[in-house]
Every structure is written in structure tokens, then in C-alpha cells.
Design a protein around this ligand. Sequence first.
Ligand code: IYR
Length: 227
Amino acid sequence: MNDQKLINGYPFIAYTRTAYTDAETQQRARDFYTEMDQRRTCRDFSSRPVDKRVIEDLIRTASTAPSGAHKQPWTFCAVQDPAIKKQIRIEAEKEEYESYNGRMPAEWLADLAPLQTGWQKEFLEIAPWLIVVFKKSYEIKADGTKGNVYYANESVGLACGFLLAAIHQAGLAALTHTPSPMNFLSKVLDRPENEKPFLLIPVGYPAEVCWVPNIQRKLLENISAWY
Ligand code: IYR
């Protein structure tokens, strides 16, 4: 059993991890980078089913992200019901049609052109799962009163990052879709008032023929500064 003690009356447990050699640490950092560097946002999904237990574990991994004061201000809604996916597609396309045809300024559209995105979101029905991530702007305590959450955007963003990494590591593909505005998701999924839609993530196997834009990531020297 783990060592445990009270610090100012609060329970703490000893945290231990394998102490790797310097060479092992170097290798592990490189290996994980190599794996994650293979991740691509995918717009062409296979309809091949993905077992619910896989999605459960992906969400469990997302929930290991740190959060402000450990409030875990997130809800992951996993949708596989075709009728609900269809409804989400219809509502998302309604908004995205308006966005792509007038709401988005020319520069934004030009920046998106190399990615060949558009208002049509057929992947919302093809991908076997949609994970809709909701951010809690406050929590509802057991006694029904409101409680604060802290750094909710950062916390849920981190959880989404963990989720995307887990999806990739499992051999699956994802797409971070940002229908705007996306309040329709609260209605379709009947979410409580304290939850706001944050990100809509189709998850599945990539289609056998799946094209992704030939874009490059910025180099380390262009994204880092060393002191
Ligand atoms: N919401 C639009 C536009 C869009 C936004 C981002 I951030 C992208 O990386 C790509 C597209 C959409 O989801 O199509």
C-alpha cells in the first residue's frame, strides 16, 4: 500500500515513478514525439465501428488532465446514435453554411483554403462516434448550490489535448470541429445550464483513402526560446 499521511489535516500519498536513466528518458521523449508527430487531423473517416470500451478509456485518459483546483470542469458526451449524429450534422451545417458564406472574413477563409474545409460536415454522420466536450462554467454541488471552477478554459483545453493524444495512440483519427456558434449542442444533448459546448470531436478509423493537406509544422527554433 502507498505511504500516506495528513498535511494540515488533508490526506496525501507518496508519489513514486520509475526513475529512468538519462538515456531512457531521452529515448522515451523521442519515441513519444515520433508517435505524436504522426498525428494528423483527419476529415475522411471509415464507418468501421469502434467499441464503446475504447471510447470509455479515451475519455478516462482525457480525465487525467490537470484542472484548476482539481475541479475537473468537464463532461464528455459520447454520441453513437445515428439519429442524434444526424441532428448534430444538420444543426452544425446550418451554422457553418452561414459562417462560410458571410460570417467569416476573407482573411479567415483564405487561411482555411489550404485545409480545404467547408460548411459540409458529412464526417459528423460517418464517424462512428462524436465526442462533444462540455465545459462547466460552474459546478452544482451535492446540496444543489453553485460552486466555482477555476481556469475552466485551460483545464478543458488540456483535457482535449490529452483526449486527442489518446485517440491517436489508439490508432484512431480525430477532427477538432468548431461549429460556431455551437449552443445548439446543449439543446440537442439536453445539457444542464452550467455546461457550455467546447469542442466537437468525431472519432473513428481513418478512411482507407484519406487525404490530408501537405502542411509542415513549425520548427523547434521557431516555436521556442531558451534562457
Ligand atoms: N468552424 C469552422 C472553421 C474552422 C476553424 C478552425 I480553428 C479550423 O482549424 C478549421 C475550420 C469549421 O469547423 O469548419
